[in-house]
Design a protein around this ligand. Structure first.
Ligand SMILES: [Cu+2]
Length: 128
């Protein structure tokens, strides 16, 4: 009887080790492909149009690790674009680049006092 138990124990142990190895391989190959895709150097170019008193689009989605080039274009009035989390602050038409190195939802807003609707000029940058 004892021999059978030890055989079962050995079989269970090796099965666990094999399963653990399999899991490790899965996760390491997964993260390897993740890092290679973010290291590909792609720059996501996004143009945000600003008018009184609205951004278009007012929701931007990027992937974590993306290099983002954001361009502000004033179509009506003089507005700015500020993303404090990524130290972006455009105060007139122009571009800024940053790396979306953290996931989450971050607010952006107008950084130039542009009038009555200034406080309503808000948008969201979503990094997934
Ligand atoms: Cu404003």
């Amino acid at each position: 009887m004892k021999k059978i138990f030890s055989l079962i124990a050995v079989a269970a142990l090796s099965a666990t080790v094999l399963a653990a190895c399999g899991n490790n391989n899965d996760s390491s190959s997964g993260s390897a492909s993740d890092s290679s895709s973010s290291a590909s150097g792609d720059v996501k170019e996004i143009t945000v149009n600003a008018k009184s008193f609205e951004f278009s689009p007012n929701e931007i989605k990027v992937k974590k690790g993306d290099k983002v080039k954001i361009t502000l274009k004033n179509t009506d009035g003089a507005h700015g674009l500020e993303i404090p989390e990524f130290k972006v602050n455009l105060q007139k038409d122009g571009s800024a680049e940053f790396t979306a190195d953290k996931a989450g939802t971050f607010d952006f807003d107008c950084s130039v006092m542009c009038g009555a609707g200034h406080g309503d000029m808000k948008g969201k940058l979503i990094v997934e």
